[in-house]
Ligand binder design. Structure first.
Ligand code: B12
Length: 261
């Protein structure tokens, strides 16, 4: 393989390549000049130079919040970075519905829930609910999707059983709480059950949440991962693409990088 040409990059503050970054953190001390000096020394200990404490505020009793500008001598070779990404050419609402009607010739069935002990529903609602998110319709609004949103704290087994009963094409798992990596443990358990039921490779399995990215989802055994800012149309387009691929009808023009083989 031809090695890519180096592409060295550094952070940009005032001038290109000056290495200036902005840091924010909280220290467990009341706000004072001494606290500001502690924040500056902490930044220097992290290897930064030209440290300036730009803002310091009381965060709570005995806690202070700081914004620090500082310079780093570090750089990154951007050409060396290789990360899987969901990249598909998106179709709009009407075009995608017409495309499903023409190519799939039936409604696409999707099931979603926030599973395990997680109570957060806003993320999965954003993707599935009629009203949608950020000006984008949710999957319930698509006439060519049949979407079921089971809500929060749904056991993985229940989500899978209900999805299987309706011959679902895709299952959407939302994981918001990440304390002690509970999202990873719960997601692994979901994949174990999905494998035991023979769904792996047959049903599109999607993971989403604020600490989820495509690489993590692939590593855990899902077909794709979606993080903060995901729009329902990103998910709708991905599901259609994945389904056509399984049907052997993949449109080469909508190819995305990083998809699992
Ligand atoms: C609202 C909220 C709540 C509400 C939830 C109400 C509800 N019905 O959902 C309530 C008050 C119930 C709540 C409870 C708790 N919460 Co809370 N909560 C939040 C808060 C403020 C907003 C979350 C939110 O709605 N985001 C908006 C949505 C749109 O964003 P999103 O979830 O990231 O979803 C997007 C993407 O991630 C993606 N996506 C998400 N899921 C999926 C799934 C698929 C398949 C796909 C494709 C995409 C996708 O698409 C969405 C749209 O772009 C966050 C802090 C914050 N500002 O984020 C804390 C936060 C998530 N909560 C937190 C905690 C700790 C809790 C509690 C444990 C607190 C407690 N001690 O009781 C409990 C949870 C108990 C439990 N068993 O789960 C922590 C989690 C920390 C961590 N690292 O895990 C946070 C980060 C707050 C904090 N900084 O401490 N919470």
């Amino acid at each position: 393989m031809v090695k890519p040409t180096k592409q060295i990059i550094r952070p940009y503050g005032d001038r290109r390549d000056d290495g200036v970054v902005q840091l924010s953190f909280t220290l467990p001390v009341p706000l004072s000049e001494k606290a500001k000096e502690a924040a500056a020394q902490f930044a220097k200990k992290m290897g930064f130079s030209d440290v300036k404490v730009a803002a310091a505020e009381r965060a709570a009793d005995n806690y202070s919040f700081f914004i620090v500008y500082a310079r780093s001598g570090m750089y990154i070779d951007y050409a060396e970075i290789d990360v899987p990404e969901v990249v598909i050419k998106k179709m709009g609402f009407d075009d995608l519905n017409a495309f499903i009607e023409k190519k799939v010739k039936r409604r696409i069935v999707v099931f979603g829930a926030c599973t395990g002990t997680d109570t957060h529903t806003v993320g999965i609602d954003a993707i599935l609910n009629m009203k949608g998110y950020a000006g984008d319709y949710g999957l319930e609004r698509y006439p060519w999707f049949e979407a079921y949103n089971l809500g929060s704290q749904v056991p993985n087994e229940d989500l899978i059983a209900k999805a299987v009963a309706k011959n679902a094409d895709a299952i959407l798992v939302s994981q918001i709480v990440t304390q002690r990596d509970v999202h990873k443990d719960n997601s692994r358990q979901f994949i174990d059950v999905a494998k035991a039921k023979g769904l792996h490779g047959r049903v599109t399995l999607l993971l989403g949440g604020p600490r989820v990215d495509h690489k993590l989802a692939l590593d855990l055994g899902f077909d794709a991962g979606f993080g903060p800012g995901t729009k329902p149309s990103d998910v709708a387009n991905f599901i259609v693409h994945a389904l056509l691929k399984r049907m052997g009808e993949e449109d080469p023009n909508t190819h995305y990088q990083g998809e699992p083989k």
